[in-house]
Design a protein around this ligand. Structure first.
Ligand SMILES: *Cc1c(COP(=O)(O)O)cnc(C)c1O
Length: 426
């Protein structure tokens, strides 16, 4: 038993190994208190896009902290937020024009949920109260976000707290998948049927575009998103993109909506927004949505906020991070080719590996396994073994994935593939 009073997230405190104490981070490396070096292959919890303790972000944070650390965001504004909102919009599809600040991924989703719901309510369409989402979707751990997520075994406890959502299949694909077109057609048929049957009861459709993260880095093709967007438009239902994880270069383009040439009505961003330094998120909306709230009537306003909404320190690192990204887009655009090369050299065709897949800076593969119970035990065993060898990897079930900071060198990236090969062979 440990003396620490800390109750860790996503952890069975009784059986989990004691947490590793981190002293410092630099680039892709974490240094533990005992001097061990760990290569962060997953950007911590998918946030550290530029690497740890980046000097440019640290400087931006320091300068802002001397100027203004925080201020109430109702009735007040500040330059870091104004600049970030304006700059963000220059990189997003033109039809997205309004930026609502929140403070983490889940709250960006909660804001999107309430925004979509009230958008219809304000226009007298009060029966539009339902949402559609995708099998395997993950949108956060707060109650609203869980409700539009796909049922996870950990959420069964809270089933009666959650509201009902209609779930459609997600056409997950991988290298040399010959059934992808069939799976896409099935998903679209299922969606079209729901929309036709109850077209006036839906407020919106939630999806993680191109990559479902927590479900195990499941990819879908841009074509699928294009068809989905068409269907949503035809039936007049709002399309809501959860780009909390896919945003800021992860998919090889700055945003998944750009990579897929699609445009949602509402877009949620968080993880990479502050460059991985501080909690921050935005829910970005079209002018049409904004106008449904814009009124002389106070009741039509969007009554939603958080204490740390639009925090200036987080916005300042966000501005610095966006500059780093736009000055050097090769760091995220070039990683897919490296992933492909190393995947082929070390892992493709291995008898214990299947469904390799790559999207931009993200690469994943599944371990073949005979039974469910074997799978459940595998994840934590693999995690411990990788840590012993100096690599932070957190398999999701039997899925091993890489999502490194963009500053990783080709040699460091290849070393991750080598170590996965070694552990799989064991
Ligand atoms: C992480 C994540 C969230 C939740 O973000 P938090 O900041 O952890 O609340 C929502 N959606 C997606 C796709 C995510 O990856």
């Amino acid at each position: 038993m440990s003396n620490s009073p800390i109750w860790h997230p996503f952890t069975q405190m009784k059986t989990a190994p004691p947490p590793l104490k981190v002293k410092r981070g630099e680039g892709v490396m974490l240094e533990l208190e005992d001097g061990r070096q760990i290569l962060d292959c997953i950007s911590s919890w998918w946030v550290t896009i530029h690497g740890h303790s980046h000097p440019v972000l640290a400087e931006a944070l320091y300068q802002q902290a001397k100027q203004l650390e925080h201020v109430i965001f109702a009735g007040f504004t500040h330059e870091p937020a104004e600049k970030l909102a304006t700059q963000l919009l220059t990189h997003l599809p033109e039809s997205l024009t309004r930026v609502f600040f929140t403070d983490n991924g889940s709250t960006a989703i909660e804001a999107a949920l309430k925004m979509a719901y009230q958008y219809w309510y304000n226009q007298g369409e009060k029966q539009r109260t339902r949402f559609i989402s995708f099998e395997g979707g993950y949108h956060g751990d707060t109650v609203g976000a869980m409700s539009v997520g796909s049922s996870s075994p950990w959420w069964q406890t809270f089933k009666t707290l959650m509201f009902a959502t209609d779930i459609v299949p997600f056409p997950a694909t991988f290298d040399e998948d010959s059934n992808v077109a069939t799976h896409e057609a099935q998903a679209l048929d299922c969606l079209a049927e729901l929309l036709q049957k109850n077209s006036h009861s839906y407020a919106g459709i939630f999806i993680e575009p191109l990559v479902q993260g927590a479900a195990g880095m499941r990819l879908c093709r841009p074509q699928f998103l294009q068809e989905l967007a068409k269907l949503a438009r035809t039936h007049g239902v709002l399309l809501i993109y959860d780009e909390v994880m896919t945003g800021f270069g992860r998919t090889g383009e700055l945003f998944a909506c750009l990579k897929s040439s699609t445009c949602p009505d509402i877009l949620c961003l968080s993880k990479g927004l502050s460059g991985g330094c501080l909690p921050l998120s935005v829910t970005v909306a079209t002018e049409e949505i904004y106008q449904a709230f814009y009124s002389d009537d106070i009741d039509r306003a969007f009554f939603h906020s958080h204490s740390y909404t639009g925090n200036p320190l987080a916005c300042a690192t966000g501005n610095a991070s966006l500059e780093l990204l736009t000055q050097n887009p090769d760091v995220f655009r070039g990683m897919e080719a490296l992933h492909r090369r190393y995947m082929e050299t070390w892992l493709s065709g291995h008898p214990k590996i299947e469904r390799t897949r790559i999207c931009g800076t993200i690469a994943a593969l599944d371990l073949k396994a005979e039974s469910e119970s074997y799978l459940n035990a595998t994840g934590s065993k693999l995690r411990s073994r990788f840590l012993e060898l100096g690599f932070l990897l957190r398999p999701l079930g039997n899925t091993i994935y890489l999502m490194p900071p963009y500053c990783i060198t080709p040699t460091q990236l290849e070393s991750i593939y080598e170590v996965i090969r070694r552990v799989v062979d064991e």
